[in-house]
Design a protein around this ligand. Structure first.
Ligand SMILES: NC(=O)C1=CN([C@@H]2O[C@H](COP(=O)(O)OP(=O)(O)OC[C@H]3O[C@@H](n4cnc5c(N)ncnc54)[C@H](O)[C@@H]3O)[C@@H](O)[C@H]2O)C=CC1
Ligand SMILES: C[N+](C)(C)CCCC(=O)O
Length: 504
C-alpha cells in the first residue's frame, strides 16, 4: 500500500503530490482539529510544492497528547518482552518498505537515494536495538539490615515529546521513539515543517506492528506548534534535535514545567589529520565528515586541521575528489549529492561563502550554484561542494555552523597547538583524528571536548554507540544503552521486614 502517493511513478523526481493528511492521532491519519496557518512543503530537487501543510493549534496538540496518554496506560503495563515483539515487527516492516521510505525521504529532503537508504537502515537497526533492550530493563535489589531490603523499579516517564530537524526526518524520529517506546513511554512527535512526510509513515508502521492506538502520534507545524507541545502540562519529557537558539527556548519552556530535556544541537566539529595518517583513508574521512546530506549534518567535521607537512598533498587530493562528487537528481542511482533543503537555506550557505572570500579565505573548488541539465531540476536548490583554503581560526566560516557542503582546511604544526584550537569553540558535538600512532590517537580524543569522537573514520552511526554533545551542542544521549537513562526514571522502594523503631 503506497500511502500518500498518487499515481504509480513514485520513483521519479517531480511526480509526487501528497494528498493524505499528515497528522497522525489515535492510530489514524487525521486533519488537524484546528489547523490554521498553511506551510508550503517543497521538493528540494525541483522547487515544486508537494503540499500545503496545516499547522496544528492548541486543540490538536491537546488531542494528540490525550491520545498518547490513553495509549501510555496500556503500553506501560506490558512487559518488556511484549514491547520487544511489537518493536521488532515495526523494524521488520521498515526493512520491508525500505525503498518506499527512502524514496519519500529523498523527495522531501533532497538527499541522494543512496544515502536515504542508509538512513532507513540505521532507523530499523535503532528500533531493533531498543527492542532487544526492552526485555532486560530492570531495577536492582539491595539487601538492608535485619532482612529488610530495598529495590528500584525503572519506570517510564509518560508522554514524551519529540521535536525533529529536517536533515534526517525518519531517522531522528526513530532515534527518539526507539528508546522512548522500549522504556514504556508514549510519544507525540513533531517533525520540521520542511520535512513532514516520512514520519507519518513511521506512525502507520507502529500501528501496523501492534502498538496501542495513540502510542505514537504526529502533529505538524513550526515553532508555534512546538511551543504548545513543550508547554503542555501532561507532557513529561522533551527530546529536541535542532539549532542552538531553539534549544535554549526549549530548555526555558521545560524549566517552567520541571521537564527533563534531551538537546541534540548544532556543531562546528574539528577533524585532525596528522602527517602519519593513511592518506587515502584521511581524504575519504574528510569527505565523509563534510559532504553527507549536502553538508547538512550536525556532527560534521567542518574544521579540517591538517599537519602542515602534508597540507599540499592532502588538499590537492581532497579538492580532486570533491570535484568528482556527482551532483543532480537525488533519485538517480549514481547521484552522490542532491539539493539543499530550501532556497533561503541555500542563500544562507552562499552568504557564508561570500563572507569567507571577503575575509580572505580562498575557494579551492565549488561553492557556486549548480544548475543540472535536466529541465525539471532547474529550480532545485543545488550547489557545488566547496573546499576553503587559507582559512584562519577567527573567520566566520571557521567559527559558525554553516550546515552546507563547505569544508574549511586549516594547517597546524603541533599536537598541543591543534588541540587548543580544536577546542576553542562554543560547540562540542563531535571530533575526529586520523593517525597511525595509536597512543596519539587516544591521547587526542581524550583531550577533545566533544561528545562523539572518531578515530580513523568519521560520521558512521552504529546505533549501539551513544551520541550527543558537550557544551552548546547540548546534553543527553541518543542511541546506545545511555539513552535509556533519558527516557526512564527510577523509583526506590524501601521494605521493612521487622518492626518500626520510632524515635518518638
Ligand atoms: N545534534 C544533532 O543531533 C542535530 C542537530 N541539528 C541542528 O539543527 C539545526 C538545523 O535544523 P533546523 O530544523 O533548522 O533547526 P530549528 O531549531 O530551526 O528547528 C528544529 C525543530 O524545532 C522546531 N521549533 C522551532 N522553534 C521552536 C520553538 N520555539 N519551540 C518549539 N519548537 C520549535 C522546528 O519546527 C523544528 O521542528 C542545525 O543547527 C543543526 O546543527 C540537526 C540535526 C541533528
Ligand atoms: C547519521 N549521521 C551520523 C551522519 C548524522 C546523525 C546526526 C544528525 O542527525 O545530523
Amino acid at each position: 500500500m503506497l500511502l500518500g502517493w498518487v499515481g504509480t511513478a513514485v520513483s521519479a523526481t517531480g511526480t509526487l503530490t501528497v494528498q493524505q493528511p499528515l497528522n497522525y492521532r489515535a492510530g489514524a491519519r487525521v486533519q488537524p482539529a484546528d489547523g490554521g496557518q498553511l506551510e508550503e512543503v517543497f521538493e528540494p530537487a525541483t522547487g515544486r510544492v508537494l503540499c500545503k501543510l496545516p499547522c496544528s493549534g492548541e486543540k490538536e496538540v491537546d488531542l494528540a497528547v490525550q491520545s498518547a496518554k490513553a495509549a501510555f496506560k496500556i503500553w506501560s503495563q506490558m512487559s518488556g518482552m511484549e514491547r520487544c515483539r511489537v518493536m521488532l515487527e515495526a523494524a521488520r516492516i521498515i526493512r520491508e518498505q525500505r525503498e518506499e521510505i527512502a524514496t519519500m525521504e529523498t523527495i522531501n529532503n533532497g538527499k541522494s537515494i543512496f544515502e536515504a537508504r542508509v538512513d532507513i537502515d540505521i532507523s530499523w537497526q535503532c528500533l531493533e536495538y531498543y527492542a532487544g533492550l526492552a526485555g532486560s530493563l530492570a531495577g536492582e535489589h539491595i539487601q538492608l539490615p535485619g532482612g529488610s531490603f530495598g529495590y528500584t523499579r525503572r519506570e517510564p516517564l509518560g508522554v514524551c515529546v519529540g521535536i525533529g530537524a529536517w536533515n534526517y526526518p525518519f531517522q531522528i524520529a526513530c532515534w527518539k521513539s526507539g528508546p522512548a517506546l522500549a522504556c514504556g513511554n508514549a510519544m507525540v512527535f513533531k517533525p520540521s515543517p520542511f520535512t513532514p512526510i516520512s514520519v507519518v509513515r513511521l506512525a502507520e508502521i507502529f500501528t501496523e506492528a501492534g502498538v496501542p492506538k495513540g502510542l505514537f502520534n504526529v502533529v505538524q507545524g513550526g515553532a508555534a506548534t512546538g511551543q504548545l507541545l513543550c508547554q503542555h502540562p501532561d507532557v513529561a519529557k522533551i527530546s529536541f534535535t535542532g539549532s542552538v537558539p531553539t534549544g535554549i527556548k526549549i530548555m526555558e519552556m521545560a524549566a517552567k514545567g520541571i521537564k527533563p530535556v534531551t538537546l541534540e544541537l548544532g556543531g562546528k566539529s574539528p577533524l585532525i589529520i596528522f602527517s602519519d595518517a593513511d592518506l587515502e583513508n584521511a581524504v575519504k574521512g574528510a569527505l565523509m565528515a563534510n559532504f553527507l546530506t549536502q553538508g547538512e549534518v550536525c556532527c560534521n567535521g567542518t574544521r579540517v586541521f591538517v599537519e602542515r607537512k602534508i597540507l599540499d598533498t592532502f588538499t590537492k587530493e581532497v579538492v580532486k575528489r570533491t570535484q568528482k562528487i556527482k551532483i543532480g537528481d537525488p533519485l538517480l542511482e549514481d547521484t552522490r549529492m542532491g539539493a539543499l533543503i530550501n532556497r533561503p537555506h541555500l542563500n544562507r550557505v552562499q552568504g557564508f561563502i561570500k563572507q569567507a572570500k571577503e575575509q580572505g579565505a580562498e575557494v579551492l573548488c565549488g561553492g557556486d550554484l549548480y544548475v543540472p541539465d535536466d529541465p525539471k531540476l532547474k529550480n532545485g536548490y543545488y550547489m557545488r561542494p566547496c573546499v576553503l583554503g587559507n582559512c584562519k581560526d577567527d573567520m566566520t566560516c571557521v567559527k559558525e555552523e554553516i550546515f552546507g557542503p563547505v569544508m574549511a582546511i586549516l594547517p597546524f604544526d603541533t599536537e598541543e597547538e591543534v588541540l587548543e584550537r580544536a577546542n576553542a569553540t562554543k560547540f562540542g558535538l563531535a571530533g575526529g583524528v586520523f593517525t597511525r600512532d595509536i597512543q596519539k590517537a587516544h591521547r587526542v580524543v581524550a583531550a577533545l571536548k566533544a561528545g562523539m569522537c572518531f578515530i580513523n573514520n568519521y560520521n558512521i552511526s552504529p546505533v549501539e554507540l551513544p551520541f550527543g554533545g558537550y557544551k552548546f551542542s547540548g546534553f543527553g544521549r541518543e542511541n546506545g544503552r545511555a539513552a535509556i537513562e533519558y527516557y526512564s526514571q527510577l523509583k526506590t522502594v524501601c521494605v521493612e521486614m521487622g518492626d518500626v523503631e520510632s524515635v518518638f
